[in-house]
Write a protein that binds this ligand. Structure first.
Ligand SMILES: [Zn+2]
Length: 350
């Protein structure tokens, strides 16, 4: 991967973006694409849009959600320990024992998520509720009062760990890899004078709590085509059954989805673009509205021709999500190839 592109990815992954608190990561997006896009806009909701060939048609919206699951400081005990609530979907078996950062007005405070030791009895083999665990920051009661406020966002420790030669493990790969891909696609397309299409690459907010940034950005942009980039469940890990979601492997390229959430013309054009540009790809089926920004975009206004391109991901919604760097690059290339093949007047009526 190009050095600057890899630095962009690492900056995204180490900047906090709990749903509703995305602006530290959005600043990374603006700083990276600012010099390449014709225009970069941040809307009231916090979505960041990089625009190329603004008046071009068809108008294409790419959506990669920048928000990550996390926690909020819900209550501060008199003793200074913090109680937290979950933002997005959590597995309590994963939450216990994790190192976290509390993102305060004066910078991050390190903490650990804990419950009483198993020796003290009563909870062996039982999972707690979120309000049963606490965060220990080690601060005194006075320091806690001074630094930490109700509603401060909390994330897992934001580290990027290389695994082998081509994989990385990090919290929030869901879906900062999507943000990376849609913004990287805009960089690949920047300066291309032959483009017929208008490109609106959006780093969307609040996907994890109901696709909310995709709702508002699709209404505002009013695209002809909307393509979401998200992560999907890789089945090349123990005890995940391909019979349930279809076979998906890391390193074999982006996954192009078919099903009722997907406009068939967009699907065919994505496959044709991959073949022509010799980009490896996988196909999976989704029998209903997907849990992605593609769902919100499809139902915007009078209906948008929607596609979904996914990056294979292991251990989704954990602090050790795993993706393959080559899949990220091929996802960005596929989006760019799709746009380059769009002719003026292209229609998507099935
Ligand atoms: Zn996601």
């Amino acid at each position: 991967m190009r050095k600057a592109s890899r630095a962009f990815l690492d900056d995204l992954l180490t900047s906090p973006s709990v749903s509703g608190y995305e602006q530290p990561a959005q600043k990374v997006v603006r700083d990276y694409i600012g010099g390449n896009a014709e225009r970069v806009e941040t809307d009231t909701h916090g979505n960041v849009t990089a625009i190329l060939n603004a008046e071009g048609r068809p108008r294409v919206q790419f959506a990669g959600h920048v928000d990550q699951i996390g926690f909020l400081v819900q209550h501060i005990e008199d003793s200074g320990y913090l109680r937290i609530s979950g933002v997005g979907g959590h597995d309590m078996a994963v939450v216990l024992g994790q190192a976290v950062s509390v993102w305060t007005a004066t910078g991050p405070v390190t903490g650990v998520i804990a419950r009483p030791p198993v020796h003290l009895g009563g909870h062996e083999g039982k999972l707690p509720e979120m309000h049963d665990v606490h965060v220990d920051t080690g601060l005194t009661v006075e320091q806690t009062k001074e630094r930490i406020a109700i509603g401060d966002a909390v994330t897992y420790a934001l580290l990027v760990r290389p695994l082998g030669d081509e994989l990385i493990a990090s919290p929030g790969l869901d879906d900062k890899v999507g943000t990376w891909a849609v913004i990287e696609a805009a960089r690949l397309l920047a300066g291309d004078k032959a483009l017929a299409a208008g490109v609106y690459s959006v780093s969307t907010v609040q996907e994890e709590i109901g696709l909310r940034g995709a709702h508002t950005s699709a209404y505002r942009i009013h695209p002809d085509v909307g393509i979401a980039v998200d992560v999907t469940w890789a089945t090349d890990q123990p005890d995940v059954k391909a019979a349930r979601t279809g076979e998906v492997k890391l390193g074999l390229g982006p996954v192009i989805t078919r099903g009722p959430n997907i406009n068939p013309v967009v699907y065919e054009r994505l496959v044709a673009a991959a073949k022509q540009a010799k980009i490896p790809y996988q196909v999976c089926a989704a029998p209903r509205g997907t849990g992605t920004d593609a769902n919100a975009m499809q139902l915007s206004r009078g209906g948008v021709a929607t596609g979904l391109v996914s990056v294979p991901n292991r251990y989704m919604h954990s602090p050790v999500e795993v993706c393959h760097l080559g899949d990220l690059e091929n996802t960005a290339k596929l989006l760019a190839a799709f746009v380059r093949r769009l002719e003026a007047g292209a229609t998507f009526i099935p």
